[in-house]
Design a protein around this ligand. Structure first.
Ligand code: SF4
Length: 277
């Protein structure tokens, strides 16, 4: 199945040049690479510009209420563990009204992939400051909360114990495709932070600025080192790549077996526990 076969007939209503287009493309490419058919896929979102994405992917999809995508996706995955379940949304949806759900989804470690398109603004409601809007931007543009520090979402998910954490840029298609692929393949809760430009409410060169502050993690970077991961996300620049991946042996130990023997991924364990009729 080619990426275009995973698209619905709906045309995206995003502004021309919006970073969300790249994410839609990267996600369908990754799903195509992994040969995930629409009837084996669920895409869930909350509310916001980026939360329109499920309507454009051929899958079981649900555009839920603001900030509630994770609990709804958790319920779905628990009931239908055979479905690859991807949760998508923006920084406003996920890190403000929905933030309380994030650490709990992480600690439950249900096999979901959560992709956040972070453009540092509320796009759908016309450009208010979001939890990740930077101080400089608030002060120079008079946005609300001029002295409030922005949230560091990647540090937050690492602190909460997320087993797979990656960051990419919506303008770098091969990189995004690879990050999404690895996140979906990870047998537990995975988080992908996407730097995505909002061409309407952020300054014209915002996406380029994000790119200039970004760097790809070097080949020798040890993604199983949680300490290195925390250091990498605290220096004010944007490290791109797989920032942290819990070794599968540790994941297996949590599930009570060894990775190379009879370990069953958490979703399959859930499936076995369900009534058979
Ligand atoms: Fe994208 Fe911004 Fe337009 Fe929303 S307002 S569709 S985030 S460019």
């Amino acid at each position: 199945m080619k990426p275009k076969d995973l698209r619905t007939e709906l045309l995206p209503v995003w502004c021309t040049g919006c970073g969300d287009f790249g994410v839609l493309k990267g996600l369908t490419q990754a799903l195509s690479d992994l040969e995930i058919a629409p009837e084996k896929l669920a895409v869930i979102s909350g509310i916001g510009c980026s939360s329109r994405l499920p309507g454009y992917v051929k899958a079981y999809s649900f555009n839920t209420i603001h900030g509630r995508a994770l609990p709804i996706a958790s319920g779905l995955k628990t009931a239908r563990p055979e479905l690859t379940t991807v949760v998508v949304g923006g920084d406003g949806d996920g890190f403000s009204i929905g933030l309380g759900h994030l650490p709990h989804a992480i600690r439950r470690d249900i096999n979901l992939t959560y992709i956040v398109m972070d453009n540092g603004i509320y796009g759908l409601t016309k450009g208010q400051a979001s939890p990740t809007t930077e101080l400089e931007s608030k002060r120079t543009r008079g946005l609300a909360g001029g002295d409030e520090q922005p949230l560091n979402p990647v540090l937050l998910v690492l602190s909460a114990g997320c087993g797979f954490v990656a960051r990419t840029h919506a303008g770098n298609m091969p990189h995004m495709r690879e990050m999404m692929k690895q996140a979906i393949e990870y047998p537990g809760f995975s988080f992908v932070h996407v730097l995505a430009g909002c061409v309407t409410y952020q300054p014209r060169n915002y996406s380029d600025q994000l790119l200039q502050r970004s760097y790809e993690l070097p080949a020798e970077y040890d993604k199983s080192d949680l300490g290195a991961a925390i250091t990498a996300v605290r220096d004010g620049r944007f490290a791109l790549g797989v920032i942290y991946k819990r070794p599968l042996e540790e994941v297996a130990a949590t599930a009570g077996a060894t990775a190379d023997e009879d370990w069953t991924p958490p979703d399959a364990v859930l499936k076995q526990d369900l009534p058979t009729e």
